[in-house]
Design a protein around this ligand. Structure first.
Ligand code: ITT
Length: 347
């Protein structure tokens, strides 16, 4: 999974990268890692959220990559929000912008020096168009002079004192600033989104190898038109474990839903089969632990009441591999076949 942190501002990039440092499933790229030269977009939005989405979309479309953009600014209440969305453009250099703001605020005292930083973070996926946006604010005040001795942070950090800690942003290490800053607050929501949306999942999927009185095994033909690689392939009934459910309870419930039979779980096979599935480019990745269970049919009418099943068939154990099975289920079945035959032989 690759994420482009689409900012031309090195200070922002460093803070974002530091905040996401522990997201091991993502490879972070900067604009410097992109071979083609990309002209910065015109930030024509009226608000920071509009500009954040505009930038994320623009870079995602230019590069074809999942892209994150930040739009932020310093808003001085007594100056009607100046410099606000123009924070990066109120002078040619950082020094000029800081000096200009301090001059503009020369006559302001006490509460009139209150200000806040605002940040909007947008994440845009170029193929799906999925868009995420989050916000954060930091309240504080603008000092009378630039903090010259300590050179941490970037932009307006040397003149901004954060309200709660009473410390200037330029005095803080990246992690300290991220813990209380506008960007850190917006990034915490973005991080949760990335984890929910893109982190690889691990599923525990118990399945039932159902045996009837004749020593036959039940196979289901899967209905999965959205996933052609699984559609109309054969499989054993089973599915993900629900919250609060034991493995055995899950097998009995899933089998009932997908086969219409009541079963008694005879034994869990010694094999845990590990399978991997990925889908729709980089959109999802799942690692599945399949736990096969030999089950005996005890009742039910075999009427399938689940939209996931097109057809069911009772098959002799040696004939199961003649069917085209889903995923790596053929490999799994080969491994458990001796246990299945041993059970059927002793019935
Ligand atoms: P990108 O658009 O390429 O991300 P930029 O610097 O032009 O970079 P913005 O348009 O969002 O970014 O302008 C935000 C400006 O606000 C930024 O250049 C700083 O001057 C200021 N700023 C934002 N967050 C800040 C922070 O945490 N500390 C100090 N200054 C900040």
């Amino acid at each position: 999974m690759k994420l482009l942190i689409a900012t031309t501002n090195k200070g922002k990039f460093a803070e974002i990268k530091s905040y996401f440092g522990d997201l091991g499933f993502i490879e972070f790229l900067s604009l410097d890692d992109i071979e083609k030269e990309i002209k910065a977009p015109e930030e024509s939005g009226a608000t920071i959220e509009e500009n954040a989405v505009l930038k994320a979309k623009y870079y995602a479309k230019q590069t074809g990559m999942l892209s994150l953009a930040d739009d932020s600014g310093l808003f001085v209440h007594a100056l009607d929000g100046f410099p606000g969305i123009h924070s990066a453009r109120s002078g040619n250099t950082v020094e000029e912008r800081n000096d200009y703001l301090l001059k503009k605020m020369k006559e302001l005292e006490g509460n009139e020096r209150q200000a806040c930083f605002r940040a909007a973070i947008a994440i845009y996926h170029p193929e799906t168009g999925n868009t995420f946006i989050s916000f954060g604010n930091t309240e504080g005040r603008i000092e009378e002079e630039i903090h010259k001795e300590i050179k941490g942070g970037f932009g307006y950090d040397p003149i901004f004192t954060e309200l709660k800690s009473g410390r200037r942003f330029s005095e803080m290490k990246k992690a300290e600033k991220n813990a209380c800053s506008h960007r850190g607050k917006a990034l915490s929501q973005a991080k949760y989104y990335l984890i929910k949306q893109y982190s690889p999942r691990q599923w525990i999927v118990p399945i039932g190898v159902l045996v009837n009185d004749k020593g036959e095994i039940l196979l289901n033909k899967r209905n999965d038109p959205y996933n052609p690689e699984f559609h109309e392939k054969w499989e054993f009934p089973g599915g993900g474990v629900d919250w609060g459910e034991s493995i055995e309870e899950n097998v009995v419930r899933e089998v009932r839903e997908e086969s219409g039979y009541e079963v008694k779980v005879i034994k869990r096979c010694s094999l845990i089969d590990l399978q991997h599935r990925t889908g729709k480019g980089d959109l999802w990745r799942v690692q599945i632990f399949i736990l096969p269970h030999i089950c005996r049919v005890t009742g039910g009418d075999g009427v399938v009441n689940d939209e996931e099943v097109l057809e069911t068939n009772w098959v002799l154990p040696e004939k199961v591999l003649d069917y085209e099975l889903v995923g790596n289920n053929a490999g799994m079945y080969e491994k458990i076949l001796p246990e299945v035959l041993e059970y059927i032989g002793g019935m």
